[in-house]
Write a protein that binds this ligand. Structure first.
Ligand code: GTS
Length: 212
């Protein structure tokens, strides 16, 4: 049994919760809550598990801790010899990693920076340094990212090509974070919204939403 330290409704944790259902490995993992609001993820005992002090963290059976959603998804996807989320061919793997990283740096991560810098974030005990101007700047970057992904999705059904992948999950997580910070994704980005409706219909995303 593997253990995933996460925070129930968190956008980054959602990436792994969705991946777990996509891969059908719910029976192989258990979830342990780390309370971000009390700053439990910045305490020395947690930093021993993940130097960066972020969630989620996967503990595998030999006691190794894996942090970073991309790394965790890679690991879980390769428990089976036929990976489903990270590509099979060299081309697929290259495309998925490029688009996944782009989804992080152009869309999801800037929303996170906006949350931590230009809103109360996790509260004064956790947000020891805030720079609202930087946060607003990152909000605008995220909106440019949304426009970029709308353009991408006008040419293909999924973020990295013809099949669902880890990169789609990362853009779903950006929508999750956008809802938390009340960042409206403009309705005229119709390709992005149409794609998002398809993502919301996937059992893995529905399971995450139903978890409440
Ligand atoms: N690059 C990391 C990854 O991909 O795993 C980012 C992880 C991350 O930022 N996780 C959030 C976190 O720990 C969890 S959540 O906000 O999505 O619930 N944030 C707390 C903090 O203080 O940065």
């Amino acid at each position: 049994m593997m253990t995933i330290c996460d925070f129930n409704r968190g956008p980054y944790p959602a990436r792994i919760r969705i991946a777990v259902v996509e891969l059908g490995i719910q029976e192989k993992v258990r979830f342990v809550e780390v309370d971000l609001r009390t700053g439990a993820h910045k305490k020395p005992e947690f930093l021993e598990k993940n130097y960066s002090g972020t969630l989620p963290v996967l503990e595998i059976e030999d006691g190794t801790f894996l942090a970073e959603c991309t790394a965790i998804t890679e690991y879980l996807d390769h428990l089976d010899p036929s990976p489903q989320l990270t590509g099979a061919t060299a081309r697929e793997r290259g495309m998925i990693h490029m688009m996944n990283k782009r989804a992080e740096i152009e869309f999801l991560d800037p929303i996170s920076v906006y949350f931590h810098h230009a809103t109360p974030g996790l509260g004064p005990d956790v947000e020891v340094y805030q720079n609202a101007e930087w946060g607003e700047h990152m909000r605008d970057k995220a909106l440019r990212g949304a426009r970029y992904f709308d353009k991408v999705l006008s040419t293909r059904p999924y973020v990295a090509g013809q099949s669902f992948s880890m990169a789609d999950i990362t853009v779903v997580a950006a929508f999750v974070f956008a809802a938390i910070v009340k960042l409206e994704i403009p309705t005229h980005l119709c390709h992005l919204h149409e794609w998002h409706e398809r993502m919301l219909a996937r059992p893995s995303v529905q399971a995450w939403r139903d978890m409440g």
